[in-house]
Design a protein around this ligand. Structure first.
Ligand code: 13P
Ligand code: SF4
Length: 360
């Protein structure tokens, strides 16, 4: 199957109709007059959380949707899982669970509610559904994909296996269910080294992110065979950019995501997953810091650390940015777009994710 065919199959998987009995639900019109005033009043306490990153003049645009989403979550028995790259009004005002890909996968298993709304990209919603087959998992925009997930097909994985039959396949969670189903175990940027070493083998195939594979290979004796996939956001950072940031912002501490090219990590002070970077800021309280990753991350971490100066080179993930307050609200009102997993793939893909979660 070609990459384009794989893309064509996604809307079918994500576009299922609302389940029978789940009729569209509408609460709180943004409206004018007293409705709007009431919505604003309900959302007002939340503004304190984001006032450092959202100017007061912008808050009235967000407040009605924030208030509506809070009510809809109760009405639908829903929780919102949000990735660290979501914008602050989502991350700090409506999300129930936030984190990196690993945390979202782990936390997805502990959710008590009937409905999970995934404020993130396809592979995150699919992972939540794999781990919660009985729950309704919604993604607010069908177009929220990922360049890494699109860089490899199940056929590619089979070819790699045929070429290196002794090497287990370690798939980054940033892959489709079909690719996970062809893999032995998953990993995230937070646990890749641990996962690889847990296998007790001489060499592994690690896909699809070439840079993550190269960066992990430097930390382990296990031979790593990589696939040439890249994240369109992180591949744009360069070693020269880090050097120039250091020159223009003396004393800046540079934190980099391992999806960046190895030359960026070589220039950085610390490398880690999005959660690892947030933890570094919390632990070390650098006076001035730059996060070589998607730009909303700095806003979200800045909210918790107002005394830290964040230098912000802005590389946006266009897929993550598909998720907005209005489409989260619409997802809860219309119970769309429901994530479904091909039953022929679900058990094998789930096994790869669960094997990863068992690695401590
Ligand atoms: P994390 O697992 O570090 O949150 O990264 C996910 C991702 O998509 C980074 O681009
Ligand atoms: Fe995918 Fe890169 Fe966006 Fe992460 S930042 S979701 S890896 S395209």
């Amino acid at each position: 199957m070609s990459a384009s065919l794989q893309i064509e199959s996604r809307p079918a998987a994500f576009g299922a109709a609302p389940p029978a009995g789940d009729m569209p639900l509408r609460v709180i019109a943004p409206g004018r007059g007293s409705d709007a005033a009431e919505a604003l009043a309900r959302a007002e306490p939340l503004y304190a959380r984001v006032k450092h990153v959202i100017p007061p003049i912008e808050w009235p645009v967000f407040a009605p949707d924030v208030a509506a989403i809070l009510r809809l979550k109760r009405a639908r028995d829903a929780v919102i899982l949000a990735h660290n790259y979501q914008t602050p009004e989502i991350f700090h005002c409506v999300a129930d669970i936030t984190g990196d890909s690993l945390a979202l996968a782990r936390e997805a298993m502990t959710v008590d509610a009937k409905v999970i709304v995934l404020a993130g990209v396809h592979f995150m919603a699919e992972t939540a559904k794999l781990l919660n087959p009985e729950k309704t998992v919604l993604i607010p925009d069908l177009r929220a994909g990922c360049s890494l997930a699109e860089s490899i097909t199940p056929e590619d994985v089979r070819l790699m296996r045929a070429r290196y039959p002794d090497a287990p396949v370690v798939a980054y969670v940033n892959t489709s269910v079909a690719v996970k189903a062809e893999s032995d175990i998953c990993c995230t940027s937070a646990n890749a080294k641990k996962v690889i070493e847990s296998l007790g083998v001489r060499r592994v195939i690690m896909l699809p992110d070439e840079y993550l594979a190269q960066n992990v290979a430097k930390q382990t004796k296990v031979e790593v065979i990589a696939w040439a996939g890249h994240c369109e956001v992180h591949q744009r950072f360069s070693g020269a950019e880090v050097r120039s940031l250091r020159e223009s912002h003396p004393g800046v501490i540079v934190l980099a995501h391992p999806e960046c090219p190895p030359e960026v990590l070589a220039e950085a002070d610390f490398a880690g997953s999005t959660a690892d970077m947030a933890a570094y800021v919390g632990r070390e309280h650098p006076r001035r810091v730059v996060l070589m990753t998607e730009c909303s991350m700095a806003d979200n971490v800045a909210v918790a650390h107002p005394s830290v100066e964040f230098v912000r080179p802005c590389n946006l993930c266009p897929h993550m940015k598909r998720i907005t307050l209005p489409n989260i609200r619409a997802a809860l009102e219309g119970m769309c777009h429901e994530v479904t997993i091909d039953p022929a793939l679900a058990d094998r893909a789930r096994r790869a994710v669960e094997r990863m979660l068992a690695v401590r």
